[in-house]
Design a protein around this ligand. Structure first.
Ligand SMILES: [Ca+2]
Ligand SMILES: [Ca+2]
Length: 79
């Protein structure tokens, strides 16, 4: 099964999980964890852990992942 998703689907997924707690436009680490575990469990089967992935995505280091920062993950998924 492919994990490929269209940009529209990925935006919907981001919005769905980002809205769960705190800022509805930002993914907290907990929200990212739920998103990955539910939608892209294969991503965590490689070398990267959630902590590593979160640090990689949170470019500005504010502890949340914006939709813009989420694009890095989108690129990983679509590779
Ligand atoms: Ca949020
Ligand atoms: Ca951030």
């Amino acid at each position: 099964m492919s994990v490929k998703k269209s940009p529209e689907e990925l935006k919907k997924i981001f919005e769905k999980y980002a809205a769960k707690e705190g800022d509805p436009d930002q993914l907290s680490k907990g929200e990212l964890k739920q998103l990955i575990q539910t939608e892209f469990p294969t991503l965590l089967k490689g070398a990267s852990t959630l902590d590593v992935l979160f640090q990689e995505l949170d470019k500005n280091g504010d502890g949340e992942v914006s939709f813009e920062e989420f694009q890095v993950l989108v690129k990983k998924i679509s590779q």
